[in-house]
Design a protein around this ligand. Structure first.
Ligand SMILES: C[S@@+](CC[C@H](N)C(=O)[O-])C[C@H]1O[C@@H](n2cnc3c(N)ncnc32)[C@H](O)[C@@H]1O
Length: 280
C-alpha cells in the first residue's frame, strides 16, 4: 500500500528526467515500504522537527512526513530534484521546506527548532564529513537528539566497532564518545536505483546527555586522527607530532608508549586529550 497519495517514485523520476548522477552519489530508494522502514528506524518523530540531507526525489521525505514529523527541512544539492520535492511539499502544506544547496553550507538552525532528528541517505564522503561535524560541536548536548544515517556497510561497521577490532578507528571513537551507536538496518545493492557496488547499512546514533568521558572535542579529534593515521605504529611514534613531550603525556593518561591506537579504549584517548590540554 502506498504511504501517501503521491504518484509512484519511478513515475516521478521518469517525468522529471531524474537520471542518477554519479558525481552526486545518486543511488535512489524507490520502494516506499523501504523508505517508511528507514523513517521508522529514526524512532517516534511525532511533533519533531527533522533535518533530511540529500532527499533526491523524496522517497525518504515521504516516509518522514507520513510518520508524523512536525516539520521537515530537506537540503538537496541537485536542483533537478526540486520539482519532485515541491510536489511533496504541496501534499503536506506548511510541513516541508526545501533548500537547494550544499548541506555543508546550510545552517539548519536558521530553519528548524530543536530538538531535531537528523535523517540522511548521503554519498559516503559528505556523510562522514557531516557526521564528524555533528559529533564534535564545542558544546554538548547538540541541537539534534538522534542521527539516522545510511552508509556503505563497511563505514557503518567502522562507526560501531569496538576497541581491538580491525575497523576500530577515528569514527568509532568520535561516535561512541558522545552517542549510543548501533546498526539498525542492512540493505543490499538491489534496494537502490541504480544499484551501488556495495551493501549499505543504516546507523542510528542517539545523543547521550553527556559525553562518556570528559575531553575537548578539538584535542580529541587531533589525537585520534594522528593515532589512527599511522595505526600500525606505536603511540609514541604515531603521536610524535602532537606534542614534543608525548611520552610524559601518555604516562599521565595511563597509556603505554608502545601501545598501538587500535588497542586504546575510548577512555584512554579522552584521558590523553585532557593531559595534553592541562599542559598548554
Ligand atoms: C544516495 S542519494 C539518496 C537520495 C534519497 N535520499 C533516496 O534515498 O532516494 C544522495 C542524495 O544526496 C544529494 N547530495 C549529494 N551531495 C550533497 C550535498 N553536499 N548536500 C546536499 N545534498 C547532496 C544527491 O544529489 C542525492 O540526491
Amino acid at each position: 500500500m502506498a504511504i501517501d497519495d503521491l504518484p509512484p517514485l519511478r513515475e516521478v523520476i521518469a517525468r522529471h528526467g531524474l537520471s542518477a548522477r554519479k558525481a552526486l552519489g545518486q543511488n535512489f530508494l524507490l520502494d516506499l515500504n523501504l523508505t517508511s522502514k528507514i523513517a521508522r528506524a529514526a524512532g517516534d518523530l511525532t511533533g519533531m522537527d527533522v533535518l533530511e540531507v540529500g532527499p533526491g526525489p523524496g522517497g525518504l521525505t515521504r516516509g518522514l512526513l507520513a510518520s508524523g514529523a512536525r516539520r521537515v527541512l530537506a537540503i538537496e544539492k541537485d536542483p533537478r530534484c526540486l520539482p519532485a520535492l515541491e510536489e511533496i511539499a504541496a501534499t503536506y502544506p506548511g510541513r516541508l521546506e526545501v533548500v537547494c544547496g550544499d548541506a555543508l553550507d546550510v545552517d539548519p538552525l536558521a530553519h528548524l527548532t530543536p530538538p531535531v532528528a537528523i535523517v540522511a541517505n548521503l554519498p559516503y564522503n559528505v556523510g562522514t564529513e557531516l557526521l564528524v561535524r555533528w559529533l564534535t560541536p564545542r558544546v554538548w548536548p547538540p541541537f539534534w537528539t538522534s542521527l539516522t544515517l545510511m552508509f556503505q556497510r563497511e563505514v557503518a561497521e567502522r562507526i560501531v566497532a569496538p576497541p581491538g577490532s580491525k575497523t576500530y578507528g577515528r569514527l568509532a571513537v568520535l561516535a561512541q564518545w558522545r552517542t549510543d551507536a548501533r546498526i539498525v538496518l542492512s540493505l543490499p545493492p538491489s534496494a537502490f536505483t541504480p544499484p551501488p557496488k556495495v551493501s549499505s547499512a543504516v546507523v542510528r546514533l542517539d545523543a547521550l546527555p553527556e559525553p562518556r568521558f570528559e575531553a575537548a572535542p578539538k584535542t580529541l579529534e587531533r589525537v585520534v586522527a594522528a593515532a589512527f593515521n599511522q595505526r600500525r605504529k606505536m603511540l609514541r611514534a604515531a603521536l610524535r607530532g602532537v606534542a614534543p613531550d608525548i611520552e610524559d603525556r601518555l604516562a599521565e593518561a595511563g597509556l603505554s608508549p608502545t601501545d598501538r591506537a587500535e588497542q586504546v579504549p575510548l577512555e584512554g584517548f579522552c584521558a590523553l586529550a585532557r593531559a595534553l590540554d592541562a599542559t598548554r
